[in-house]
Design a protein around this ligand. Structure first.
Ligand SMILES: N[C@H](CCC[C@H](N)C(=O)O)C(=O)O
Length: 284
């Protein structure tokens, strides 16, 4: 099977994009394709696969698969790349449009340069989900998880849990370069207290408008950036009274910066770039 693809990245968080407006893929092979295409040795190499697809519920739909073949519910960097692709290929003909994910429907706004190329994208990511059982995380239903002691390996972290449609658990550290990302990331990812797994973030809050951020992603391990994770990090820092609602926060991810604002209306807005790396034909 020959599959046209476009490889794109948002701050180094890179995926293989398949345009299902012009290509058909068998549903039963999607997980296998994500694993095989993501392999840097025998495939194209990426953090996973993203499908851009028609939907009656929005102008365009997006599905994300991690490199282990699991399907995620949402993807912030993927949304910015999907918005860029949809505008530049004419799937949409407006600079403001909607994108449906498995988690929700978001509003995208693209900034276009003189050559008709999308340079910057803002996504209204909607409101975060904070109820423990909706993260999901085990424990007393109806409660939130803010600065909660979390025993793991031989240490006790203080964690805050936030869902952006996908689960995130955030720990504030004093120095981001010493965050136990590679040691605790994979353990927390599979911890039974997170029945659907979890994306694990460590953040260093520099001021009420600046955060350093690193992530171990569910299903993909360490990535250069995680847009939903950056949103969850700003929510966590706000819930811990380290930043203020209604203020733009610069989140420094390994691959670059995102501007995140948790607005007074409860929605989170994410602004950042997206780049096209290459396109071609994958031989499945
Ligand atoms: N990198 C993505 C998140 C992927 C989430 C995925 N790892 C999962 O939830 O299983 C982002 O930019 O938001």
């Amino acid at each position: 099977m020959k599959i046209p693809f476009t490889k794109m990245h948002g701050l180094g968080n890179n995926y293989i994009y398949i345009d299902l407006f012009h290509t058909v893929l068998p549903e039963e092979r999607l997980s296998e394709l994500a694993i095989n295409m993501s392999n840097p040795n025998t495939g194209i190499g990426s953090d996973g696969m993203i499908l851009i697809h028609p939907t009656e519920n929005a102008d365009v739909g997006m599905r994300i698969f991690n490199k282990d073949g699991s399907e995620g519910m949402n993807c912030g960097n993927g949304l910015r790349c999907t918005a860029k692709y949809a505008y530049e290929t004419g799937i949409v003909d407006r600079q403001e449009f909607t994108i449906q994910t498995k988690a929700n429907i978001v509003q995208a706004i693209v900034q276009v340069n003189d050559e008709g190329k999308v340079e910057e994208i803002t996504i209204d990511m909607g409101a975060p989900i904070l109820q423990r059982e909706q993260i999901p995380m085990l424990g007393e239903a109806g409660t939130t998880v803010i600065n909660e002691p979390f025993q793991v390996a031989d240490t006790t972290l203080r964690v805050t849990a936030v869902s952006m449609g996908n689960p995130h658990v955030i720990t504030m550290v004093d120095a981001i370069d010493h965050a136990p990302l590679t040691t605790l990331g994979p353990i927390i990812e599979k911890d039974e207290r997170f029945p659907k797994g979890v994306n694990t973030e460590f953040i260093e809050v520099v001021s009420d408008e600046e955060i350093h951020f690193r992530v171990w992603e569910r299903g993909s391990g360490i990535t250069e950036a995680c847009g939903t994770g950056a949103c969850a990090a700003v929510v966590a820092a706000t819930l811990n009274n380290r930043v203020k609602k209604g203020k733009k926060v610069v989140v420094h991810l390994a691959g670059g910066d995102l501007i995140i604002e948790w607005k007074q209306d409860g929605h989170i807005w994410m602004t950042g770039g997206a780049e096209t790396i290459a396109s071609g034909i994958y031989h499945a």
